[in-house]
Structures are given as C-alpha cells and as structure tokens.
Design a protein. Structure first.
Length: 373
C-alpha cells in the first residue's frame, strides 16, 4: 500500500521549492518508511538545485533526515517500528569499497544516491500518478515521510533518548563530513597544527573534532568575522580573515608549516595556498565542491620531496552507523556542541531557511516537519 506525504519539490535555481502531495512506493525487503521529524539543509542540496551535480530535476531533496520508523521490510535489522533514527547516505554493500567498510567511496554511489530512483531504476515516489525523482542520498527527507534503506539508517541509542530528533538531524552529512575528515580521513595527531578554510557546518565540525583530537594550534580562516568568532568559541585557537593575507599570518604562527590543512571552500586559489602551508608529511584534505573545470597546480618537488599528501575526502570516510554513534557520544559528553550551529525553521519556510544559509545568517538550518510525539 502506498503512503501519502507532503514533499518539497525542487525544480531548479530560479524557482521556489513547492510543497505538494506525493505518494511513497510500497516498501522493499531492505527498506524502511520513516515519519520525518526534521531535516537539515546542506550545501549539496543547493548544488543540485543550481545544476552543479548530475541529479535529475524536478526532485525531492533532503539528506539529513531524522524521524520515527513507521514500517520496515522483511530483511531490515537496523531498526523497528517506533524507533528514533537518523539517516545518512546510501551504499551498495558489495563493491570493493563497501567490502572494506569505506562506503563513502562506494563504486555504485551514483545509482544508490543521485539517480532519482532506486539503484534498479524503480521509483520510490510518485506525484500526480507519475514517477517522481526522489531517493536522494537514499532518503529524500524534505518531506513528511520518506523511504530509507537498511544501509543508511542509524537507530539513536537509548542513552541519547533525551536529545530531540530536530537537534540530531544534521549529524548525517555535514557534521559527519567535517568531523570524519579530522578524526578518520586525515587522522589528526595531537600537538600538530591544523588550519581549516571555511567555517560553515563542515568547517565548524572539523574545528570541534580538531579540539577532540588535541591539535594545536587550531586555525580558522573565513571572510565572515561573526563565524570566525563562533569558531573561536568552538575550539579554534586562532582565527584569520581570508581577506587579510591569512597565509602570511599562518606562516608567521607556524614557521615550519602545518601538519594538516582542510579546505571546505572549493576555491582553487585557496586550495593551492593551503598546499603551500604544509609541513613535511603534511596532509591537505579537500571536501569543497569545486568548479568541475578547475585544475589544481602544485610544485612537484615540494609535493614529493616532503612526503606531503593531497587527499580528496567524501563523507569523512564514515561507515555511517559506528561513526554517527561515536559523534552522538561526543555530543553527550559536551565535546561536540553542534547545537550551537543550528537555526530552526518550519517546513513551510524552506525558502527562508535556504536564504538564511546562503546569506551566512545561519550556519546550519534545520527544517521542522512535525513533533516527535
């Protein structure tokens, strides 16, 4: 039996999101139907809206969903009806990357997350009787209900039962990516300097994680002074405005170079400047969405001679369930205070939430679809 829901339809950059009635398909054996309580808004949602990623339009976006399980397929073991869950990206579970618990690099990432359908080409959602592009990151959580999958659903542990789902919602992408980049991808060592370029959700998560890892100093770079001030409150020991020759100030602070540089901006010049700051054995991690035409230029002798690493990072090298649970535990311990980043908006105000994100007014907008009870 299909399930009716309200969903925000994205038709492109120049059109507002339109909330309308849709129907969810019947569940497959490895799928769950989730009543969405809240969903974060991520830069990747906006990149799809703007045509920067090959996701078909019109589409229902949203990939930082949290909610209550309403029904499950016969093969589902990760949660049961009534459980509180958060959702993340989907993966195939059987490719060489998934075989070594590296699902962010799933060989089948596109069909599992960006095709607008299930990986087998069948739709998860219908609008006006026709198939609707959905299954975005295996969820499409800009809706009151969503179909998710065994591999992208994480049950909220009982020890976090007091944390509201609207607060936990954004943990499944941006926060996971920034924290995972520091703790998993780059494996930041205590006592070594790190510089984070860009203090949006991903950059702020990286700064909080760098404090957990014991990095020192922790340097934030941005062009928004308000965000730099918040970065200082969340763990940055130094904050430099990118308009005022930040690389020179970093060299003065760290004359032998930084152990780690992390770019969230996707700006070619910034990434190349970051490479020039690396100490021997330094690691440059890149997560920013760059212009597809951009090419990076590094000095080969500096790259090879110092044993430096340039590392592309997806999803913070997260294995979803274990890492999201780890982040929830850090949050419970007061060491990952991501609630400081969140601004809440009613589902109907999705366009206002996006505007607040793009203006820099809010670091992490979260849409409220319904109360938990």
């Amino acid at each position: 039996m299909t399930t009716r829901a309200q969903a925000a339809i994205c038709r492109g950059k120049d059109q507002p999101f339109a909330i309308q009635t849709v129907e969810l398909d019947e569940l497959r054996a490895d799928e769950l139907r989730i009543r969405i309580v809240a969903c974060g808004i991520c830069h990747t949602d906006l990149a799809v809206r703007d045509g920067q990623l090959p996701v078909p339009l019109p589409v229902v976006l949203g990939h930082e969903g949290a909610g209550i399980v309403e029904a499950v397929g016969a093969e589902v073991t990760v949660a049961k009806p009534g459980d509180r869950v958060v959702m993340s990206f989907n993966s195939c579970g059987h490719c060489p990357s998934c075989d070594v618990d590296a699902p962010t690099y799933c060989y089948n990432f596109f069909p599992e997350n960006w095709a607008g359908t299930r990986a087998d080409g069948t739709p998860t959602m219908f609008a006006d009787g026709a198939a609707m592009n959905a299954n975005f990151f295996g969820q499409s959580a800009f809706a009151t209900h969503a179909i998710a999958h065994q591999r992208n659903v994480v049950r909220v542990p009982d020890r976090a039962a007091h944390l509201p789902l609207e607060q936990l919602a954004p943990i499944g992408c941006g926060l996971m990516t920034g924290a995972g980049a520091v703790l998993r991808s780059m494996k930041v060592r205590a006592g070594l300097p790190i510089v984070v370029f860009g203090t949006g959700t991903v950059g702020m998560a990286a700064i909080m994680a760098a404090k957990v890892a014991g990095a020192d100093p922790i340097i934030a770079v941005d062009v928004n002074d308000d965000r730099l001030a918040l970065a200082r409150e969340l763990g940055a020991t130094h904050a430099f405005n990118g308009k005022a020759d930040a690389p020179a100030k970093i060299r003065d602070l760290c004359p032998t170079g930084v152990g780690y540089a992390f770019d969230t901006t996707g700006i070619k010049r910034v990434i190349e400047d970051a490479f020039g700051l690396l100490a021997p054995k330094g690691v440059l991690g890149i997560v920013g969405a760059s212009d597809p035409a951009d090419k990076l230029v590094f000095n080969e002798s500096q790259f090879m001679g110092g044993g430096r690493t340039v590392k592309g990072i997806l999803g913070g090298d997260s294995d979803v369930g274990p890492f999201l649970t780890e982040l929830i535990d850090l949050h419970l311990a007061g060491r990952f205070p991501f609630e400081r980043l969140i601004g809440y908006f009613d589902f109907a105000d999705i366009d206002a939430a996006i505007a607040a994100s793009e203006s820099g007014q809010v670091v992490k907008p979260v849409l409220r679809m319904a109360a938990e009870g």
